[in-house]
Design a protein around this ligand. Structure first.
Ligand SMILES: C[S@@+](CC[C@H](N)C(=O)[O-])C[C@H]1O[C@@H](n2cnc3c(N)ncnc32)[C@H](O)[C@@H]1O
Length: 316
């Protein structure tokens, strides 16, 4: 869809060997923690980008496909939802409650770098817990480097990133976060006979740069045998060229035909088949076509000056 993707520097896509971030990123980790503890320390409760209700119709087929055999599996093989950089969001809770997925997921794992917000979320959310709800686990961790015992490789059926890739300071940190999200996804078919398909849902600002990033990630050698090309949807009230507010909802499905839970870096080719087909809305088609032609979600290519000015508004 975006032919100039090849221009994304390979350095951004490279692993640091075993997929772990390097020690000198510890300073950056402290920086993220300080910044976000600060953001949340004055009782800020905010839902970034959108509520579940606003994207429910779009996400429903993917959530159903990810949990299609929930309840038919043996104990310990229940479905897991992971919210990466959950902040004060109630998105995961809404999936359970409004979406009716409480009985389809065995566990909801909420992670963030800020212990301040996780403590608050824990007390708020636990007050509302009912016996029928999925178990919930609150984990303080760096999204660029999940702790294996907290989020084991290949253990998650639905990963949600809402605004967390947006919050990363560099392309390298975005790439590390993306890698961890994909690593955590349950490979198909797992367990034996499963017909479900795990997915990674990334909700972001409508930055054209994000389209390039996601496409480049999907095409990177370490991922392209594991995940399908993203289904990118533009969701909002109306066309941003006419003042509409939109977000990108990008969904990666695990490829079917995988032999098992092998490491991302050792993946061998599998057959490719997207269980949930791509059905872009008219708004999506219009905005993505414009973005491809003019590198702006607002302006057509001939409005060059305006495109530069307005496009910059959406740069991260
Ligand atoms: C824009 S907010 C989005 C919060 C929430 N997902 C939502 O939709 O309302 C970004 C979140 O990422 C978290 N975050 C930032 N850096 C992080 C890191 N290195 N590891 C994990 N979480 C991080 C922040 O604490 C914050 O909660």
């Amino acid at each position: 869809m975006f032919p100039h993707l090849e221009s994304v520097p390979q350095k951004q896509l490279e692993s640091t060997g075993d997929g772990r971030v390097e020690d000198d990123n510890v300073e950056q980790l402290k920086g993220y923690r300080k910044k976000w503890d600060g953001v949340y320390s004055n009782d800020l409760d905010i839902e970034w980008h959108c509520s579940f209700e606003q994207v429910r119709d779009l996400l429903e087929p993917y959530l159903q496909q990810a949990t299609v055999d929930a309840g038919t599996e043996g104990e310990g093989h229940g479905k897991v939802l992971l919210d990466v950089g959950c902040g004060s969001s109630s998105f995961a809770e809404e999936i359970m409650r409004i979406g009716g997925y409480a009985s389809r997921f065995q566990e909801v794992v909420l992670t963030d770098i800020s212990s301040v917000i996780l403590e608050r979320l824990k007390s708020n959310w636990c007050e509302r817990q009912s016996a029928a709800d999925a178990a919930r686990r609150f984990v303080v961790c760096d999204c660029r480097n999940f702790v294996e015992k907290e989020v084991p490789e290949g253990s998650v059926d639905v990963v949600i990133d809402k605004g967390t890739l947006d919050a990363m300071d560099s392309e390298a940190d975005k790439a590390a976060t993306f890698r961890e999200c994909v690593r955590s996804l349950r490979r198909a078919p797992a367990p034996e006979g499963s017909s479900s398909t795990a997915c990674f849902v990334s909700i972001s600002f409508p930055a054209v740069a994000r389209l390039h990033f996601l496409q480049a990630m999907a095409a990177a050698a370490e991922f392209h045998d594991l995940i399908e090309s993203p289904h990118i949807h533009v969701v909002g009230d109306k066309d941003p060229a006419y003042g509409g507010r939109v977000v990108f909802v990008s969904i990666f499905q695990v490829k079917h035909g995988r032999p098992g839970r092998e490491s991302v870096n050792q993946a061998s080719p599998g057959t490719s088949q997207c269980p949930v087909p791509y059905c872009p809305s008219a708004l999506t088609t219009t905005v993505l076509a414009r973005a491809q032609k003019s590198q702006s979600i607002i302006n057509e290519p001939d409005d060059e000056d305006d495109a530069n000015i307005m496009g910059a508004l959406f740069d991260e």
